[in-house]
Structure formats: structure tokens, C-alpha cells
Ligand binder design. Structure first.
Ligand code: CA
Length: 225
């Protein structure tokens, strides 16, 4: 086992990607921007700001204005919320319970969140769904980085905060760009393929291990304990 686990949030802790994809598609199309649900899965992990900027660059061949970024991201957050938001991923509670009751060299593994999200509603529901598991000190969000995934910065920040050697840290991701960020940071990365992409999409980015779901991750952790 590792001494620190860096969990991505959407599509890992929360089964939120179908509602994110539908909300992005709805709001982008209302603004005359071409962005499908499939684009959402392929771009997953980027910050909202980067996603909006790319879509406007692609459609209008210019960068997005601050105003466009704020307006579209707010509308997208509202649309996501209107669809019912997100529930915890099936099996994630067992994974977290196992880690919180494990011991590596006499210490409980650190549990971090490393996400490109800046949606306050999701952070608010963390404590509701995972009471006592996550603290702000062990969280890297869109508010904490200059460059979001696939840049290594978010995972490097978590690694620096952990004060552990890189070999003691493990990333849990569901998105190709998240795996790319983790590997660029020099970290061990497990891809858990919770969405409609192929396992190869995660393996191609250098995932050290690709698993189909959270029960498989729990099984793997138990075996390596
Ligand atoms: Ca994700």
C-alpha cells in the first residue's frame, strides 16, 4: 500500500459525470458553442475556465473574456444542480473506510482530494456524504492552482503537501487527462474506469493499473495491504 492517496473528485468520489456532461452540453449549446457530452468525457479534469476558453477558441478563434467564463460557468453549475447534482460513487465508501482503518508503517494513509472543480455546491456536499474524511488542508481545487490538469501542478501540490517521497503516493483517477497529469508529476496512478471511455484510453496515458470499478479497487488495496 501507499502512504498517501490522492483522489480525483468527479467520476471517482461522486458519480457526477453524467450530470456534468449533460449540463455542459446544454449550456454550451445555449451559447452557440459546439461541445458534446463526449467532448466532456475527453476533456474531463480540466478546470471550467479552461473548458470554456477552449470551446470559445474553437468556435470564435479568440480567447474567452472573463465575463464569458463567469457567466457560462455559473450557468453550468446551476444546470448541474438542477439535474440533481451528484451522489457518491458506488463502492467508494468501502474504499475510504478501508484506508481509514489501514496502517502503513504505523500511520494511517493520508487521504487527499485533487480536483479541477471549483463548484462550491460539490465541496459543501463532501462533508454531508463523507463526514470527517476530507479536510481543506488535504484538498487541491481549481482555487489553488495556476495550471489545472493535464498540467502536473495540482498533483505536485498534493505531493508537496504530503511531505512524503513520490514513491509513497498514489493517484486515483477516472479521466485520461487526470492520468496524464499524475504521470507528468511522476506519481503512481491507478485509473478506475467509471465512465463510457475504454480502458485503453486510460492505459494510453500511462496508468500503472486500470480497474473497472471501486469494488475492484478495494480488492486491489486489500491484496496489497
Ligand atoms: Ca474525474
Amino acid at each position: 500500500m501507499h502512504k498517501a492517496y490522492f483522489f480525483d473528485m468527479d467520476g471517482v468520489l461522486f458519480d457526477s459525470m453524467p450530470n456534468h456532461a449533460a449540463a455542459w452540453e446544454q449550456v454550451m449549446s445555449a451559447h452557440g458553442l459546439r461541445f458534446t457530452a463526449r467532448d466532456c468525457y475527453l476533456q474531463e479534469g480540466r478546470t471550467g475556465q479552461d473548458v470554456i476558453n477552449e470551446a470559445i477558441l474553437h468556435t470564435h478563434h479568440r480567447p474567452a473574456t472573463e465575463d464569458e467564463i463567469h457567466t457560462i460557468y455559473r450557468e453550468k453549475s446551476d444546470a448541474f444542480h438542477a439535474r440533481g447534482g451528484a451522489l457518491p460513487m458506488r463502492g467508494i465508501h468501502d474504499v475510504l473506510h478501508f484506508l481509514r482503518n489501514s496502517s502503513v508503517d504505523g500511520l494511517t494513509p493520508q487521504i487527499w482530494i485533487v480536483t479541477g472543480s471549483g463548484q462550491q455546491t460539490l465541496f459543501d456536499t463532501l462533508e454531508q456524504h463523507f463526514p470527517g474524511v476530507f479536510t481543506r488542508a488535504h484538498m487541491v481545487t481549481a482555487f489553488d492552482v495556476t495550471h489545472g490538469k493535464p498540467d502536473p501542478e495540482p498533483y505536485l501540490r498534493a505531493w508537496q503537501g504530503s511531505r512524503l517521497p513520490k514513491a509513497d503516493c498514489c493517484v486515483i483517477e477516472n479521466a485520461p487527462l487526470g492520468i496524464r497529469a499524475a504521470k507528468a508529476a511522476g506519481l503512481y496512478a491507478i485509473g478506475v474506469n467509471t465512465g463510457p471511455l475504454l480502458p485503453e484510453d486510460l492505459a494510453r496515458e500511462g496508468a500503472d493499473l486500470v480497474l473497472p470499478d471501486m469494488p475492484a479497487l478495494l480488492h486491489h488495496l486489500r491484496q496489497s495491504a
